[in-house]
Design a protein around this ligand. Structure first.
Ligand SMILES: [Zn+2]
Length: 92
């Protein structure tokens, strides 16, 4: 799968639309969300702008330090961030 480059919210919306994804405002909170079908065949709604971090370690000759790095091309379920997630019960 080709990852989408990190971009501003508007640019990311445009890129997602060009890639065939449907971006629309949430009916409950009006944030922009992304309707997708998962590899398990289930419908899901994702935030297009929630920050996501990957955890790792910075290793230097001084030692190892835990480090969080902003991840790109990954998204958070809108169910976890919506102000009214019950609206998505049974229908994403
Ligand atoms: Zn919402």
């Amino acid at each position: 799968m080709k990852p989408l480059a990190r971009a501003t919210k508007k640019t990311m919306k445009d890129r997602l639309g060009e890639a065939g994804f449907k971006v629309r405002p949430c009916d409950a909170c009006a944030k922009l969300i992304l309707d997708v079908v998962t590899d398990a065949g289930k419908r899901q709604v994702l935030d297009i702008s929630a920050p996501v971090y990957a955890l790792g370690q910075s290793v230097t000759k001084e030692g190892v330090t835990p480090l969080a790095v902003r991840a790109t091309g990954v998204f958070v379920s809108h169910f976890a961030t919506c102000t009214d997630p019950n609206r998505f019960s049974g229908k994403p």
